[in-house]
Design a protein around this ligand. Structure first.
Ligand code: MG
Length: 387
């Protein structure tokens, strides 16, 4: 039993997951307490959060933006730190119990790494940490006795369903995918998809990068890689099924044929809360399923021609090494180019394919090699887009 509140650090507190985390904390009846918050550019919101929660410290990771911001209304007890390096200091504080790693993209690896190095429990929303650095990140966690808990809804579902049997009894996991808004579009129509269309996700309200990733199914490709490292699975043990209602968040199939699933309405507050209260459960703020009304849930296999991203995910889970970092960096650059109107929607995956084929594979990269390759992949995709 914990008698004092669990002390939570939120890296990326102004993003979609960060804001939901604060809602979960607000509803925890004092059992959870934010002790540090970090944000990159939305400093108005960071300051408003600091005024509401009075955490011990806040980190503005972009020093230039921090310099421009007027901090005169910041409460006296809140320490202001600037620059990405300050993240390592706040996560390592002895009082910290859980670090929520919710910075979008490969920029989130730094904070995940620092928290694991300090032996903390990390609630991982930043899937790119595992996609790019899976073998290194999981080895670091093991060496430091740190715990990685999934916040991604599919992986939270798998984590929960894995508690129904022994690891040796698992045949495979099946990740569900909403299929995004274009699941029935003819392939030629995908060339004309506008940015606004791609940003309108049918079931989940999320940030722009992950919403585009959901529309290409690259999000599911990245989640295959994430699952491979998080649960130490063989790539052949990971399947994907399209489930448009986003109620069944993923499943584990056992060797006797039993399939154990986790179900709830699509609301990130549930997986966030489970990671924060684990191994306990508590009353939640997330919406509940209502079996008093009729529901229909559909499942269909994903069409690999319409969604070629899945193949890249399976390939990266299979080959490991430098492949995940290159795929992730290339995809981030390609999504940014699409959002800026410089790349067609159906060229996002070919841009990633091109970067993967152009890179020099290394099965046992170092962290600095991965950081370098992430930058290299972005530059290659930018060149490819403007060629
Ligand atoms: Mg997910």
């Amino acid at each position: 039993m914990t008698h004092r509140p669990k002390n939570i650090v939120i890296l990326g507190s102004t993003g979609s997951i960060g804001r939901s985390t604060l809602e979960v904390i607000a509803a925890s009846g004092g059992r959870l307490r934010p002790v540090a918050l970090s944000a990159h550019s939305n400093l108005d919101l960071l300051e408003a959060q600091a005024r509401q929660w009075c955490p011990g410290s806040i980190v503005a990771t972009d020093p230039a933006a921090a310099e421009r911001h007027d901090w005169s209304a910041l409460p006296d007890g809140v320490q202001l730190l600037t620059g990405a390096e300050a993240v390592a200091d706040v996560v390592a504080d002895a009082e910290v119990d859980v670090v929520v790693s919710a910075i979008v993209g490969s920029a989130g690896l730094h904070g995940t790494w620092a928290a694991l190095e300090a032996g903390k429990t990390v609630a991982l929303a930043n899937k790119e940490s595992l996609v790019g650095g899976g073998p290194l990140v999981t080895r670091l966690a093991a060496e430091r006795g740190a715990t990685l808990l999934p916040v991604d809804s599919e992986h939270s579902a798998v984590f929960q369903a894995l508690q129904a049997g022994r690891r040796t009894e698992v045949r495979r996991v099946v990740l569900t995918a909403s299929g995004g808004p274009f699941r029935h579009y003819p392939p030629e129509r995908l060339a004309q998809v506008a940015v606004e269309e791609a940003l309108a996700h049918p079931t989940w309200a999320m940030g722009p990068k992950i919403t585009i990733d959901s529309a290409t199914l690259m999000n599911k490709a990245l989640e295959i890689i994430e699952a491979r490292w998080l649960f130490d699975l063989r790539p052949g043990q990971i399947g994907v099924v399209v489930h448009p209602q986003s109620i069944v968040h993923s499943m584990v199939e056992y060797i006797d044929g039993s399939v154990v699933a986790q179900l709830s309405p699509p609301d990130m507050k549930l997986p966030i809360q489970y990671a924060l209260t684990w191994p306990e459960r508590s009353e939640g703020v997330a919406a509940k399923l209502d079996f008093g009304r009729a529901m229909q849930w559909e499942f269909e296999p994903p069409d690999p021609d319409r969604f070629p991203a899945l193949r890249l995910g399976l390939e990266a889970a299979e080959t490991g090494g430098t492949t995940g970092a290159v795929l992730n960096g290339a995809n981030e650059a390609a999504v940014a180019a699409f959002l800026a109107g410089r790349l067609a929607f159906n060229q996002i995956v070919p841009a990633c394919r091109w970067a993967l084929d152009a890179h020099t594979f290394d099965p046992h990269p170092t962290l600095s090699q991965l950081v370098h390759l992430d930058r290299w992949a972005r530059e290659e995709v930018s060149r490819w887009v403007s060629a």
